[in-house]
Design a protein around this ligand. Sequence first.
Ligand code: NAD
Length: 352
Amino acid sequence: MFSKEAFKDIIKKYEYEEIAFLEDKDVGLRAIICIHSTILGPALGGVRIFPYQSEKDAVVDVLRLGRAMTYKASAAGLDLGGGKSVIIGDPSKDKNEALLRAFGKFVDSLNGRYIAAEDVGTGTKDIEVILQETKHVAGISEKLGGSGDPSPVTARGVFSGMKACLREVFGSDSFSGKKIAIQGIAGKVGSHLAELLSQEGAVLFGSEMNQEAAENLKRKIDFKLVPLDEIYDIEADVFSPCAMGGILNNNTIPKLKVKIVAGSANNQLLELEHGNILHQAGIIYAPDYIINAGGLINVAHERNPQGYLKKRALADTEKIYERIKSIINVSKKDNIPTYLVADKIAEKRINN
Ligand code: NAD
């Protein structure tokens, strides 16, 4: 049975305000929406379509991602709460209008407590299909009055945050000649980031599950494509995870030969203790929800009463540089891991 009751033992380990399950056999939809917190505003978060190996994996993912959105919005100073949704399925095979519209009705039933945006497996066009069933969406195209695809802005934020890390380690913001290993290099964020870094003279390595997308990107920029598992072994200055979460763990951290971890993926630390291990190893970890907030900052600007203005959204995204810099400073001064410094900043607003 696909219901809250069936997963109650897992769910009770997490904090959240609301978790809702939907199964619609007619359209093949199994979806979960987690509203983690609405203390600072409605819970805005992406819709992830992913072929989870088990329903349990999907439940854990939505709960962890929902929390990350609350912290991301809070630390970025936004008046938004945090939530997330997952649809179990392969976006290349299972995504269609009927499924997205059934999901849209599900979002609508929450009366604006959850606002759906794009994530892994969804894009601006999918959000516009969902819009046919509910106004509680963000990240629609600019021609419909929205802010468009948030991924390029997320990439800009990661670029700024990475720069702050370079400044700390090398005493300079320059990417020229810096070796950067990007996991998920041909994804929506990874590819934009790779283009920005390439323009600045960085030497790029990349891994990518989607070989066709990797080959297409290779026609635009120069990078060395490495097998999926070898990305952790690259001797580089920066490892930039831009694919899935949980990739900083007991198996991967001992392999890393980098000084900095800075990428867009959500929930990069498998467990919080992995943030401690990175700290002890002297690797600067740019907390994921701080460095990848550009997309959220961009969609949040859609809610501005004066309307969306790209210039304003980009200026706010640039602030990620200062945020990362000050987190690194506190981490060094007080000898505490960067993820804990970030959590304290986020919790200050949520708990006030
Ligand atoms: P995406 O699906 O477009 O890109 C992910 C890429 O990683 C894909 O090309 C996929 O083939 C590849 N991939 C998946 N598993 C891999 C693996 N094990 N090794 C190598 N490549 C792999 O998604 P995206 O929108 O670019 O998001 C990337 C990450 O950044 C996700 O964790 C997402 O939650 C996070 N994020 C995205 C945004 C945004 O604006 N898109 C904002 C904040 C956070």
